[in-house]
Write a protein that binds this ligand. Structure first.
Ligand SMILES: C[S@@+](CC[C@H](N)C(=O)[O-])C[C@H]1O[C@@H](n2cnc3c(N)ncnc32)[C@H](O)[C@@H]1O
Length: 220
């Protein structure tokens, strides 16, 4: 799917009134993130998507512009992002964000089932030894027949890994990152009962980020 620039413009407009730094960050993210391939995974989906580590929710606000039957409920650790999304919520009312630890989902969802779960560029910020637990709880909170989409960054080639490492140091701070190759992530999802429909690199040879996407479905 190619990028719908009018939808990007509308989504970007939903940050009206946000601090200049946050708007610049969102604009940069719209340039760098593989919006087209990720949005394609949501084509025709309906219902509510739980989005873990959704941060400033730029992807969610973009997809919400394209898919009128989807709403996104995000969870993020960062109270500043939660406040910003709350303040601009009226400009993108089908995208919300609350504060919480996505690695401790069990107490967060209150037994509710979601139509889909998205984890976009957050998994590598979670410690490697909780990845299996996060995948297990994601598999539990998605309804039978629902989909889980994980967009993350591969560990290789080395130059892309180091590029992303530097990026994350500047943007997120000195904490280590924990990139897990797509085949490993896919096998974690299978181990927890999901049927993996795709697990593909979606970067070009010269794209400096080792983007990949996995789509898996919980058996109906
Ligand atoms: C690289 S950003 C990705 C944000 C967004 N998904 C995107 O694609 O633009 C990673 C996000 O994960 C959040 N995060 C890190 N650890 C988290 C945790 N344990 N629970 C919830 N959010 C977390 C950070 O606050 C940050 O907003």
């Amino acid at each position: 799917m190619s990028i719908d620039l009018r939808a990007v413009r509308r989504a970007f407009g939903s940050y009206r009134g946000a601090p200049v730094g946050a708007r610049a960050f969102v604009a940069a993210r719209y340039v760098v993130a593989p919006m087209g391939p990720i949005a394609a995974e949501f084509e025709g989906l309906t219902g509510t998507v739980l989005s873990l580590g959704s941060g400033l929710s730029m992807l969610e606000r973009y997809v919400a512009e394209l898919e009128p039957n989807l709403r996104f409920e995000g969870v993020d650790l960062d109270p500043v992002k939660v406040e910003l999304i709350a303040r601009t919520h009226h400009l993108s009312p089908r995208v919300s964000l609350r504060q919480g630890d996505a690695t401790q989902l069990d107490g967060l969802t209150g037994g509710r089932l979601y139509d889909a779960v998205l984890v976009c560029d957050a998994m590598h910020h979670f410690p490697a030894d909780v990845h299996a637990d996060v995948v297990r709880s994601v598999a539990e909170v998605v309804r039978p027949g629902g989909v889980v989409i994980i967009k993350d960054l591969d560990r290789g080639p080395a130059w892309k890994y180091h590029w992303n490492r530097i990026h994350d140091r500047i943007v997120a701070g000195p904490e280590p990152i924990h990139c897990r190759p797509p085949a490993e992530m896919a096998s974690l999802m299978e181990k927890h009962g999901m049927e993996v429909e795709r697990a593909d690199r979606i970067d070009g040879p010269l794209t400096p980020y080792a983007h990949y996407v996995i789509r898996a479905r919980k058996p109906a």
